[in-house]
Design a binder for this molecule. Structure first.
Ligand code: DP6
Length: 351
């Protein structure tokens, strides 16, 4: 079942308005295999992307809501990370609330206190905005469930991803497991630019045991926000080639995920990671997010693969950290031959 933007607009008044509400949620991070890079209009992707959901790196959020006497023009809220008020995070959340209020008008009827906690180290550079906005979007659809007549689970799932997208594009892929596709692909049924979907094919068992170990080359905030990088794609000299390639690669990746073709999975995953950074290095202005140790780690992964034949590969997001992807059955060997030799903190995650 596909939904259009109008399907997500609530047309009626709530059937009840409780004086207070407390809602908890949790959402995972994700790592793209074929990357979302470039966007237009209001958070619509230039090309489709596909990702593994990362189960261990989660944002847990509690929202405490109090009914206001009158709905406000802008939703009043305060955001706390690890119980500490964090005004720095509030402008992005304020934008999010403004973008979604036409679809979920009830949010303006409440005063919000939002308490979040990440199960991975704060500012480790892993995608906390994806898990953060997905957790908040889940809370909002949960409230919708309580205030309005029931809709189908498919509707709530798509609406959660739709709302999360309006906070951060990659957040749209942090709402379900184990693989999500965001962006309309003419050859993959039910895909949409508005929200991410779980593809309707079986993932090969080898990928159901996959691990993602994130080697933290650099901690702290990203130097260049993804949003700036996305916008640079609008005038990028390789824009059209990149777009076409991403469409082709989604089909290839879907095929490898179905068949368990590890050799080609590795080739394509690494090609995508390097291409993402090549696009940054060839935009105007250009910039480099990799650090010397990023390259050293990439080289040691490739050398290890060549020497041992172990099916290990890397991917990158918009930063210097290296995501090491491998099937669980080689975890011990990698611990000995790779992770124990690297002088950076590693976060062990799984699909
Ligand atoms: C390189 O989702 O962080 O991680 O929509 O502006 O919030 P905004 O961007 P964001 O971009 C993520 C880009 C990426 C690739 C990916 O996750 O697909």
């Amino acid at each position: 079942m596909k939904f259009a933007e109008q399907d997500f607009i609530i047309q009626r008044e709530p059937i009840k308005k409780p004086d207070a509400l407390v809602i908890n949620s949790a959402a995972p991070s994700n790592i793209a295999l074929v990357k979302y890079w470039g966007k237009h209009s209001l958070q619509l992707p230039m090309n489709p992307s596909i990702s593994f959901t990362l189960n261990k790196s989660q944002t847990k959020t509690t929202a405490q809501l109090k009914l206001l006497e009158e709905p406000q023009k802008n939703t009043p809220f305060k955001f706390y990370l690890d119980k500490k008020h964090q005004p720095d995070f509030e402008p992005k959340i304020a934008d999010f609330f403004k973008r979604i209020q036409g679809f979920v008008p009830f949010i303006t009827h409440f005063d919000w206190h939002i308490y979040s906690h990440n199960t991975f180290p704060h500012s480790s550079g892993i995608a906390s905005s994806a898990s953060g906005f997905a957790a908040l979007a889940k809370i909002i659809t949960d409230i919708e469930k309580q205030l309005y007549p029931p809709r189908t689970e498919a509707y709530y799932a798509k609406k959660t991803s739709f709302l999360a997208r309006l906070g951060s594009g990659s957040a749209s892929r942090s709402t379900e497991h184990p693989v999500m596709i965001w962006g309309k692909h003419p050859k993959i049924p039910n895909t949409s630019d508005l929200y991410a979907v779980v593809p309707d094919f079986e993932i090969h068992p080898i990928f159901q045991t996959y691990k993602d170990s994130i080697i933290l080359v650099e901690k702290g905030q990203k130097k260049v926000a993804s949003t700036i990088g996305h916008n640079l794609m609008n005038t990028h000299p390789f824009k059209n080639i990149r777009k076409q390639q991403a469409y082709d690669r989604i089909l290839q990746m879907a095929d490898y995920l179905k068949t368990g073709d590890l050799d080609n999975f590795i080739k394509l995953t690494e090609a995508e990671a390097l291409e993402l950074h090549a696009l940054m290095m060839t935009s105007e202005p250009n910039y480099i997010l990799m650090q010397p140790d990023t390259l050293k780690i990439i080289q040691s992964i490739r050398a290890l693969r060549k020497k041992t034949g172990l099916p290990v590969c890397f991917t990158l997001d918009a930063g210097a950290n290296v995501h090491v992807l491998y099937p669980d059955k080689i975890s011990q060997q990698l611990q000995q031959l790779l992770f124990s030799k690297i002088d950076h903190e590693t976060i062990y995650d799984f699909i």
